[in-house]
Design a protein around this ligand. Structure first.
Ligand code: ADP
Ligand code: MG
Length: 699
């Protein structure tokens, strides 16, 4: 259970004064939470920059274009004339050196009069401008009286916002949250605190939210870095706890005699690549070791990870044990079963699929067969970790696209057997430091060579001023019977605006090319999605307008053309994943990256990299170099996915430090006992990395 002293940080934001249902909704959106955010979520929402309001010139000396705080007397109001509500409300103010006009558009009646009573003295802060020869501030950021001035620090944090949320509302909520900060035990080693110059956590939080210096909110500064380190330490400690658990010696090992494996290899219509052979050999070797396997198989889209996983499942089945393969989406799970089933059948491996779609009798049949041991390999989605799914003897858990799952899911799956070996598949080649961050210490196999016979992809960037030419070219390809994807701008699967983009494009292409055009998007129901995909695979549809649902795993080898609209909006990893949908067959492929001008330097660099190479490992490295963070894992957050504070470019060294520290801690205190153990448990709860604690029992 969470230590009571943390409770004040886990109360809902709605308990703060001034935060009602409307703010709740805005905060949910801002902080990316389905439920009402807690104070801790606010406190971990760090400023993007600061505004310096310390300049306090006389009006005469205020430099247009700069941010100043003026001490003024309010002289008179000029509200908009009746019936002209769109005219601004002007407030004339002055000091002994000159005049300034404060301008408010669309103000509530009475609001400005209350804020700036005529005849009063006020401190007004904002950007000064020259307008018609008069000095002016449009919508001052801050207006305070003498008493309020004491609280105006002079340096304001500027937070990432969301539409409809006023900066002041967020600032006031965070200030209240800071007041609820309990006294926390110190969990970080004093040596590290000294060496890195880290302040105590509470001080770090106070200084990033209420900066005293302009540099206080820099991610590389001591305050932010302290927070990042603690967050990383919590993450690494959680991973290390899981790993310690998984690494416990396993009883019976199971690598089989190779008879099923050989049958599959004989049945393959191709030869395994060298790196596929190496990966299989490494896995078989792991399965023979007395400690359990914890291996990451990294390989680009199309590098052939599924068959490696299948061969691992065979090895396990040869000794009478079962394998589970869990994929993040239904589309992917079905893709796997499609690749696997025909091969499995020839080898006599019994496979089945279980997702949210298998229901009623069908579902009962599958789970019964599974419990009887009549299924060797069960492929599926989250459905696999539901309670009613029991294996007779699960020995291997294969988790595809792991970064979409949390530690919780991994534990839930491995808990369904004894000493289960774990193989994680990742289609996003990631640099070693990030492997550590997301997977902890794992053995890694890489599929670096592409299966033989793959055709190169001709990738070009085209300005969307030439949209019509592109449509003509796609039309010619479609008439010639080719299969083409048309990817629409980045889609939050929940975002109605983006969806309408895809639908509009679909309508306009359909008007032009008729029934050869199809549409697939994330809001569609499973069977409907599958039906459209099947029509595309069969060539009944030639042109498939799609949102990014095709990003992961979809395999239509005959597709040879892809247009990506607004390519400048996508991250490198995502572009790479998308493009991986083509160039899978024996025909050469073309990818057109449509971009909107003007193209920023960063977007231009991304498009250049994508044009130059199809090597996912190189793209991952370039990505890390270019942005340092964010899109490396194909997510659109600005920080490390799953981390709110740490940034991979700024805090890379802290990642390794946290890893080493986590290992050292568990070596000395594997059950996290004593007062230091208690402090560390507190850390895990604070960052909500406590999933692994039940494995330890009470501290
Ligand atoms: P991914 O790594 O993206 O999961 P898949 O396992 O889905 O890749 O493989 C992509 C395609 O490549 C599949 O159709 C598979 O049959 C084929 N494939 C796998 N290995 C080879 C190989 N060594 N030579 C040729 N084709 C292969
Ligand atoms: Mg795959």
């Amino acid at each position: 259970m969470r230590p009571a002293l943390l409770n004040p940080l886990f109360v809902p934001v709605t308990s703060l004064s001034g935060v009602g249902p409307k703010q709740d909704k805005l905060f949910r959106h801002l902080l990316a939470r389905d439920e009402t955010p807690r104070l801790v979520d606010l406190l971990f929402h760090l400023p993007a920059s600061v505004v310096d309001r310390r300049a306090r010139p006389k009006i005469r000396d205020a430099v247009p274009g700069t941010i100043v705080t003026l001490e003024v007397s309010v002289d008179r109001h000029r509200p908009p004339p009746p019936g002209r509500s769109r005219a601004p409300h002007l407030v004339h103010a002055s000091d002994e050196t000159g005049d300034v006009v404060l301008t408010y558009f669309r103000a509530q009646p009475g609001y400005v009069e209350k804020l700036l009573p005529a005849g009063s003295k006020r401190y007004v802060s904002g950007t000064v401008q020259m307008f018609d020869g008069t000095l002016q501030i449009v919508h001052p950021d801050r207006v305070v009286d003498e008493a309020g001035l004491a609280e105006l620090s002079g340096i304001d944090p500027v937070y990432p916002l969301t539409q409809g949320l006023a900066p002041g509302a967020l600032r006031r909520a965070i200030a209240q949250a800071l007041q609820n900060l309990p006294v926390l035990p110190e969990w970080t080693d004093p040596k590290i605190l000294r060496r890195c110059g880290f302040p105590p956590l509470a001080q770090a939080l106070r200084r990033v939210h209420a900066p005293l210096e302009l540099t206080d909110t820099l991610p590389e500064g001591p305050f932010w870095s302290r927070l990042a380190f603690d967050e990383l330490l919590a993450g690494q400690l959680a991973l290390a706890l899981v790993r310690a658990q998984l690494r416990r010696p396993a009883g019976n090992r199971h690598a089989g005699d190779g008879h099923l494996r050989n049958r599959i290899i004989d049945a393959l219509p191709y030869a395994l690549t060298a790196s596929q052979r190496q990966a299989v050999a490494a896995i078989i070797d792991d399965l023979r070791q007395s400690v359990r396997m914890l291996r990451l198989l990294q390989g680009d889209v199309g590098s052939g990870k599924t068959v490696v996983a299948l061969l691992a499942a065979c090895a396990v089945a040869e000794s009478g044990k079962q394998t589970a393969l869990m994929a993040p989406t239904e589309v992917l799970a079905r893709q796997h079963i499609k690749t696997i089933a025909p091969l499995a059948e020839r080898a006599g491996l019994r496979v089945a699929i279980l997702t949210g779609r298998e229901k009623g009798r069908e579902r009962r049949e599958i789970t019964a067969r599974l419990a009887e041991g009549d299924i060797d390999l069960l492929v599926g989605t989250h459905a696999l970790i539901q309670d009613e799914v029991t294996f007779k003897s699960l020995a291997l858990a294969v988790v595809d696209e792991q970064h979409r799952f949390g530690v919780r899911e991994r534990l839930a799956l491995t808990a369904k057997g004894e000493a289960v070996d774990v193989l994680v598949l990742s289609a996003t080649p990631i640099p070693r430091t990030l492997v550590l961050t997301y997977f902890g210490d794992m053995d890694v196999s890489e599929l670096r060579d592409k299966p033989a016979g793959r055709q190169p992809i001709d990738t070009r960037a085209v300005s969307d001023a030439r949209l019509n030419e592109v449509i003509d070219a796609v039309g010619r390809a479609v008439k010639a019977g080719k299969l083409a994807y048309w990817i629409c701008p980045l889609v939050e699967e929940s975002d109605a605006v983006d969806l309408s983009d895809a639908e509009q494009r679909y309508q306009s292409l359909k008007a032009r090319f008729g029934d050869r055009v199809g549409l697939v998007h994330g809001k569609m129901r499973g069977p409907e999605k599958d039906r459209v995909m099947a029509q595309f695979a069969a060539g009944e549809i030639n042109l498939l307008v799609a949102t990014t649902v095709v990003e992961v795993g979809v395999d239509v080898p005959k597709a040879t053309v892809m247009v990506i609209e607004n390519a400048e909006r996508f991250g490198l990893a995502q572009l790479h994943q998308l493009r991986g949908r083509i160039g899978r067959g024996s025909e050469p492929s073309t990818c057109l990256l449509l971009y909107r001008e003007p193209l920023g330097a960063m977007s231009a660099a991304r498009l250049r990299v994508i044009r130059e190479t199809t090597d996912g490992f190189r793209i991952a490295e370039e990505d890390l170099r270019l942005r340092g963070e964010g899109d490396v894992l194909g997510t659109r957050q600005s920080g490390l996915p799953g981390y709110r504070i740490a940034r991979s470019n700024v805090h890379a060294q802290l990642i390794t430090l946290a890893r080493d520290e986590a290992l050292r801690i568990l070596k000395q205190n594997p059950n996290l006992t004593g007062s230091h153990g208690e402090a560390l448990r507190c850390l895990l709860y604070l960052f909500e990395r406590d999933e692994a604690l039940p494995l330890l029992g009470a501290g």
